[in-house]
Design a binder for this molecule. Sequence first.
Ligand code: 5GP
Length: 187
Amino acid sequence: MKRGTLIILSGPSGVGKGTVREQLFKMNDLNLAYSISMTTRKPRPGEVNGVDYYFVDQATFNQKIQEDGFLEYAQFVSNSYGTPKDKVEEMLEEGKNVVLEIEVQGALQVMEKVPEALTIFLVPPSMEELERRIRGRKTEAESVMQERLAKAEREIKTKDSYKHVVVNNTVEQAANEIADIIRHNIN
Ligand code: 5GP
């Protein structure tokens, strides 16, 4: 069976990666599989362990680092996030196109290890719009929000490291553009 393609979907916090990803997963011809990350962040309301993330404590996360169990991992605001590598490998072997929805430090690590990965960076239409979206989430304290906004500005500066940059004007438009990029690269 033909090995699947590794797809990195990155972009600043709050740009809408999760929503665009959900839209992409409705397109069955893309043959996508999602890599569920491990994180030390506490679940938000509605988030399910083993679906949205594997929610673990710092000791468990550190243990996984010791075992060399991550394809990449990074600290984001005050939590750790990482991609368990065995599962990704298994899904690629099964011919699935595996989506990593990750922040920029992790994305840069994967680019080094897997240069053939299809890398896509989602940007907001403007910084004002990004701020509106981050504030709209209302699940974080003001200080955390300020930190995420400052971080987003730094993250956007890394966009030229990606093979494709897509503007998230609307979920449909961004998902359709990304789907076309994927279709051009998987066959
Ligand atoms: P959130 O706390 O909003 O779910 O995620 C914070 C940031 O971490 C987002 O940009 C998200 O894409 C990113 N992220 C989620 N999982 C991983 C991962 O496994 N590795 C890395 N490097 N970033 C991740």
